[in-house]
Design a protein around this ligand. Structure first.
Ligand SMILES: [Zn+2]
Length: 427
């Protein structure tokens, strides 16, 4: 006869559990490193990118005006970040009374927790609103924004509405799972958040972007044909090339790719098509965006999202577990604070990856157009029209730079030119 449970067995099964847990974590870490390795690789060859002098490419008066603009805009950005962190700290500190006050309306831990999450999102939004208004005034002063206060406020209201919905959904899933599965909620939450990320990426161009802009197909037939041809060169088919009415807010020019699968599209700001950019410059822009599609950067971005979100969920779990665990609504501000601080801490790494992919899209554009001169002029014009810094300090680029610096992008075009046409007299 077998005795199912005794102390010795307990000890063994506990030991086995710890071992299994460690093995599981090790396997997860191995999957992380291998996935990261494959996502990290790009097709950009090893290049000797020259260090160029911005003064050779940009007008001194232009540079100093852009400097003046950015001195204040950077301070405003930093200020808004500090305000958010301080407010977040206060909310964590006063979490218990906040949860108690909302408990009367929520009636139940999960519902109260969702209300607390919405209160946190609203508090962060309201306290940074004044700095946002100053920033609008500053952008209007420098001619970057064309938006009146009423339109800006409407945008703010829509944005915070979307944010509240997303935060509430995340809270509902997390707290619901915690109420159901207790301590092991993170095991179900991590894959669910990754899945939600995929859904958001697919749906965002159809659901979120139309809240802010209207889109119509690119009318310029010549440019459309040129884009199709570039697509063929880069091995991608482009079904949708759209124009967004960005000029109702801004004078800055931009283009982007968004969506996944059936919602995939290349979008030009209409400010890019107002005559300031020449056709070859627009082709360089399109070739860059198609490069993102050709190299599956949105899918890879989603891969990184999964790799970074899972440790984030684990951190939220660890911090809240130490204080009694979710679904306690009084721990919701702490959970959001951990997620916020974590996202700030991984931002430099996310931007490092982004810079690699942007450099790859640039390389694809140079190869497809074989027109480094237009690429350089495009880079100059994009920088001057957005009052950007052609050569920001390293620390700033390392933390905030989503793209290679303009001087580095120009440097890549110069390196491409050198590769494409070896110096005369060479053997
Ligand atoms: Zn790009």
């Amino acid at each position: 006869m077998e005795i199912p449970v005794n102390v010795g067995d307990d000890g063994h099964s506990h030991g086995r559990r710890t071992l299994a847990k460690r093995a599981g974590l090790l396997a997860l870490a191995a999957v992380w490193v291998v996935s990261g390795f494959f996502l990290w690789r790009t097709s950009v060859p090893r290049l000797d990118i020259p260090h160029l002098d911005p003064r050779d490419y940009f007008d001194a008066a232009e540079l100093s005006r852009a400097d003046d603009y950015r001195r204040v805009s950077r301070a405003l950005l930093l200020g808004s970040l500090v305000v958010q962190l301080v407010v977040m700290g206060l909310l964590v500190w006063k979490a218990r009374p906040l949860a108690d006050a909302l408990g009367g309306i929520g009636r139940g831990r999960v519902r109260t927790g969702i209300l607390v999450s919405i209160a946190v999102a609203l508090a962060l939004w309201l306290t940074t609103l004044p700095l946002g208004a100053v920033s609008l005034w500053w952008r209007r002063r420098y001619g970057l924004s064309t938006q009146a206060a009423a339109g800006w406020l409407r945008d703010q209201a829509v944005a915070v509405g979307v944010e509240c919905l997303l935060v509430a959904a995340a809270a509902a899933v997390t707290l619901g799972l915690a109420a159901w599965l207790s301590r092991s909620w993170w095991l179900a939450a991590a894959p669910l958040f990754v899945l939600a990320g995929v859904v958001y990426f697919v749906a965002q161009p159809l659901v979120v972007q139309p809240l802010f802009n209207t889109f119509h197909p690119l009318a310029d037939q010549r440019l459309t044909a040129e884009i199709k041809e570039l697509g063929a060169k880069e091995g991608v088919t482009v079904d949708k090339v759209l124009v967004a009415d960005a000029s109702r807010r801004t004078t800055t020019a931009n283009a982007y790719v968004s969506g996944l699968g059936p919602t995939k599209r290349v979008v030009f700001y209409d400010t890019m098509l107002d005559g300031r950019f020449t056709p070859p410059e627009l082709e360089s822009v399109a070739a860059h965006e198609l490069g993102h599609v050709a190299r599956s950067h949105i899918w890879k971005g989603l891969g990184w999202f999964a790799l970074l979100a899972i440790p984030g969920v684990l951190l939220v779990w660890w911090f809240t577990e130490r204080r009694g665990g979710l679904p306690d609504p009084g721990l919701v501000p702490l959970a959001i604070a951990v997620a916020l601080v974590y996202s700030l801490l991984v931002m430099p790494f996310g931007n490092l990856v982004s810079r690699r992919y942007e450099a790859e899209a640039d390389w694809m554009a140079l190869t497809a157009t074989n027109d480094p001169e237009s690429f350089i002029r495009l880079e100059q014009r994009l920088t001057t029209t957005s009052l950007g810094d052609p050569d920001p300090p390293d620390w700033s680029n390392l933390i905030f730079g989503t793209h290679p610096t303009p001087m580095r992008r120009i440097g890549m075009a110069v390196a491409f030119r050198t590769l494409a046409s070896p110096a005369p007299g060479g053997s």
